[in-house]
Design a protein. Structure first.
Length: 212
C-alpha cells in the first residue's frame, strides 16, 4: 500500500461501457471484475475488483436504464473524456470532522449523504459518505465513506482475486494547492507536478504490476 496514513477504502475508475470494461480488465489484470449492483439514487452501476486489506477497485458507469436520474451525476462520470480513475475514497469514523475540513477547502464539498445498493446476491449495502461532486473529471482530494451501517464491507463479498493496491498518487499543474487540505485530513498523498490533473494507481495483479 502507498504511504497514505489513512486507509484507502476504494478507487473509482469511470467508464462508458461497463460490460466492455469488465472484459478489458479481465485481460489486463488476469482476473474478472465482479458485477456489483446499481445506485438507484445516482443513476450508476458498478463492478468491483478486490484489492484486499479492505480495499477495492470500482468500475463505474452510467446506468442508462435508470431514466429517473439525469446528468450531472457524481464522480465526474458525465464529463468523462476517457476511461480513467476519477475519484478515491478513504475510510472515516468521523464524517462530521472530515466534512468540516472539506468545506473549508471548497464549500461545495463536505455534504454528508446516506446511500444503499443491493449486491448481486440480494444483500443490502448501506453507507454514509461525503458526497463526491459531479465535476471536475478528476478530483485529487478524496471523499470519505463510513460502512458501519452495513454488516460487511463490499470487499467482503468478493473472492480473493490476487490483486493489491501498491501505490496511489496524483499529478497536477499546482500540487502545492493540495498541501493544506491533505495535511488536515491526515493523508500523505503524493502529487507530482504535471501539465494535467490525473489520478494514478499501481496494482499488483496475476498479470504483474499494472498502472491505471
Amino acid at each position: 500500500m502507498s504511504a497514505i496514513s489513512r486507509k484507502t477504502d476504494h478507487i473509482v475508475y469511470a467508464v462508458r461501457d461497463l460490460d466492455k470494461a469488465m472484459d478489458d480488465f479481465e485481460i489486463r489484470l488476469g482476473t474478472r471484475p465482479v458485477f456489483g449492483g446499481y445506485h438507484p439514487t445516482q443513476g450508476t452501476k458498478n463492478a468491483l475488483v478486490n484489492l484486499n486489506e479492505g480495499c477495492y477497485l470500482e468500475l463505474l458507469a452510467v446506468d442508462h436504464a435508470n431514466q429517473a436520474i439525469k446528468a450531472p451525476r457524481w464522480m465526474g462520470i458525465d464529463v468523462l473524456t476517457r476511461p480513467q480513475l476519477t475519484r478515491w475514497a478513504i475510510k472515516s469514523d468521523n464524517l462530521e470532522k472530515d466534512s468540516a475540513i472539506l468545506k473549508r477547502y471548497q464549500n461545495e464539498m463536505g455534504h454528508i449523504k446516506s446511500g444503499s445498493r443491493n449486491t448481486a446476491d440480494g444483500s443490502l449495502l448501506k453507507w454514509e459518505l461525503i458526497m463526491p461532486l459531479s465535476v471536475p473529471e478528476v478530483e485529487l482530494v478524496p471523499f470519505m465513506v463510513d460502512w458501519s451501517a452495513s454488516e460487511m464491507h463490499p470487499s467482503d463479498y468478493l473472492p480473493d482475486m490476487n490483486c493489491r493496491l501498491l501505490t496511489l498518487y496524483g499529478t497536477h499543474p499546482e500540487p502545492e494547492a493540495y498541501a493544506d487540505v491533505c495535511s488536515e485530513l491526515g493523508i500523505a498523498f503524493k502529487i507530482t507536478r504535471s501539465k494535467t490533473r490525473t489520478l494514478k494507481a499501481v496494482i499488483q495483479s496475476p498479470k504483474g504490476r499494472i498502472e491505471l
